[in-house]
Design a protein around this ligand. Sequence first.
Ligand code: BDR
Ligand code: CA
Length: 315
Amino acid sequence: MKKIILDCDPGMDDSMAIIMAAKAPQLELLAVTAVSGNYPVEVTSANARKVLELLGRQDIPAARGMARPMVRPAPPDPFTHGSDGQAENFLPEPSMPLAEEHASDLIIRLARENPGEVTVLCTGPMSNLAMALVKEPALAGQLAGVVAISGAFGLNRYAFLNATGDTPQSEWNVYVDPEAAKIVYESGVPLVALGLDVATHFDVNFSPEDIAAFAESPRPEARFLSQAIRFAAGRGFEAYTTIIDCMAVAYAIDPTLVKTIQGRVGVETQSPLTLGMTVLDRRHHFVWEHLPLIEIGAEADYGRFLHLLRDLVLQ
Ligand code: BDR
Ligand code: CA
């Protein structure tokens, strides 16, 4: 089993990512760590525990992390995930306690205790992981890797058509805390960035039969997804918006689902026009060799991805 930590800002699609990660037999979910992003960290850390309780998985520790980005205030989220941050599923308040450690300390400890084995999945702003790397520089060499829903690389038309940040070519998780993303991208940790190019493809649509199966399932997590799809549709959004973050979990389960390319990426932290932009250097000359090579999601098998997700939710 692959050991993972899910660092997230639930968020309806982050909630679905927790569901997938906790249920996948190929994964051992060591902890869920929450960060400020779609909502303040008080909300995201409560929402993470609500989902774990929905699944009866109070055994998985949930930690609260950064209440704001590394150096700037948190921007308000223009894409609301509903008044509860969970597509108005209105799950009961959690009764399980938060882990005593700060999320960044929990990440550092779990990586130290399992050297070379832990993969961090980042489905929110990278503030917790960046703080962990600042506190413990050895962490980059102790992790098996990082798989992140992060960036927009201009590899296809979805990259910018679906831009989720407040600047036209930025992705929300990077836009919220670009300094954190810069720290992680430049840390040398083995990084797979699944950007809007692959994670927001309009082909990510469930069939009417799948949607009916979710609604009729006795499983509360299937009904959670059913409500999320209904909620997104009511606001004019495609089904893909309910499961963007699931792509990181799917990749951890089966990396053959996504084809990646290697590249060097600079993160814009200054310009108000392009704040949060992830600039992929595709040149064959004057290449930014001071930046490490990372893997960038370029194409995905959406049919297999949806199949995997559907089966995990319904089983
Ligand atoms: C990201 O933005 C958030 O709203 C989603 O949860 C996802 O992590 C996509 O840009
Ligand atoms: Ca998210």
